[in-house]
Design a binder for this molecule. Structure first.
Ligand SMILES: Cc1ncc(COP(=O)(O)O)c(C=O)c1O
Length: 378
């Protein structure tokens, strides 16, 4: 339970039909991984994402692993991933015995640097996983062009980008397949949960086969392949459907919230930059992310602690993968990703934030930044 005057960084909104639908699962005793809500949620999500198929699964990490396995990724393969992402993107590649090849970030969108990705393609590369970080789409056309040239697949990691658009098209529908997360802090949630989206009927067949231990759909308890239990439950799907009924309102609120932050933080341009949006992008602001100007990078952690003391919860931008033990690369340098990671802060971004909350956050940052500037000057 958060105290009433504490502003949390993320928070679910479960006050629609969630309780009613989940109660129905219990009353009808359809609580496991079969049931009407699963079918409804998958159909509604496919429509939302603009794809032919949507395959619900246990979380966003296994959604990536399931997609990679269905795409045939295995030992010896290389997969291009941005170094600046949540670790699950790379972990899923490693679960397949393949190697994530880390790429630099674009300074403005925070997403995979397309030129660096092109330069990292080798004879072992099988695919690219662009991540639509914090809700801003990656630059998909050039990535799809690289893939076409080298006969690669592209898997969109849209865990943070429900409803985001690239040149007017929904994220999750822009490549070979897409994956989503429904963790409690996401734009819509099922508690834990994930989804794979695709237009490809063969891939859809592989995804559903592998999700259910590999059981032959026409022959019960006959397993032509070794699959996984990566299924979602009907109860999670019930919550997901109720969330999806209100997703447009959730997305609209995030646009308002970004306008408020833009307005109230505008005068701090000497201290920080606001999130950038490409002309071709519809940014959904899963996390409203500010980047401190270079000379203030070393103030980032102190600022976050001070905000916390003022009752404002924030998050640091992800550490780049190449500096953490599982993916450590002593020889590599990704200066853009490193700078974004060292100076970026995710501000409170969720459905219950009001303009007065935003004003409070901005006032707090303003006060602390002027103290910091004074400290710098002395
Ligand atoms: C970019 C990215 N990929 C993958 C995931 C994994 O999703 P989950 O936490 O549902 O396993 C997340 C979730 O936080 C994410 O942010």
């Amino acid at each position: 339970m958060t105290s009433p005057d504490r502003i949390s960084v993320a928070q679910p909104m479960l006050d629609g039909n969630e309780l009613r639908y989940i109660t129905e699962c219990i009353e009808t005793e359809w609580i496991s991984s079969a049931g009407a809500y699963l079918e409804k949620f998958e159909a509604a999500f496919a429509e939302f994402a603009g794809t032919r198929y949507a395959v619900a699964c246990a979380n966003g990490t296994v959604a990536i692993h399931l997609a990679l396995t269905a795409l045939g990724v295995g030992p010896g393969d290389e997969v291009l991933v941005p170094t600046l992402t949540y670790i699950a993107t790379a972990n899923a590649v490693r679960y397949c015995g393949a190697t994530p090849v880390l790429c630099e970030s674009d300074a403005r969108t925070l997403n995979i640097d397309v030129d660096d990705a092109a330069a990292k393609v080798t004879g072992k590369t099988v695919g690219i996983i662009p991540v639509h970080l914090y809700g801003h789409p990656a630059d998909m056309d050039p990535l799809n062009a690289i893939a076409k040239k080298h006969n690669l697949w592209v898997l969109e990691d849209a865990a943070e980008a429900h409803g985001a658009q690239y040149r007017g098209r929904q994220c999750g529908s822009l490549a070979t397949a897409g994956t989503f997360s429904f963790y409690g802090n996401k734009i819509i949630t099922t508690g834990e949960g994930g989804m794979v989206t695709t237009d490809d009927p063969d891939l859809h067949g592989q995804l559903t086969l592998l999700r259910g231990q590999g059981m032959d759909p026409k022959r019960r308890y006959w397993f032509p392949v070794a699959g996984f239990n990566y299924r979602m439950t009907n109860m999670q799907a019930a919550v997901g459907l109720a969330q999806l009924e209100r997703v447009q309102a959730f997305l609209e609120h995030r646009q308002r919230l970004a306008t408020w932050y833009g307005k109230h933080l505008a005068e701090l341009s000497g201290f920080l930059s606001l999130p950038f949006t490409e002309t071709w992008a519809h940014h959904v602001y899963w996390m409203y992310t500010i980047i401190l100007n270079e000379e203030f990078t070393d103030q980032r952690d102190a600022l976050m602690s001070a905000l916390s003391n003022d009752g404002i919860e924030t998050r640091p931008v992800f550490f780049p993968l190449h500096i953490m033990p599982p993916y450590y690369e002593a020889e590599s340098s990704f200066p853009v990703a490193e700078r974004l990671a060292a100076s970026g802060i995710n501000l409170p971004t969720h459905g219950r934030i009001t303009e007065s909350d935003v004003k409070r956050v901005a006032a707090s940052i303003k006060e602390l930044s002027s103290t910091n500037a004074a400290l710098k000057a002395s």
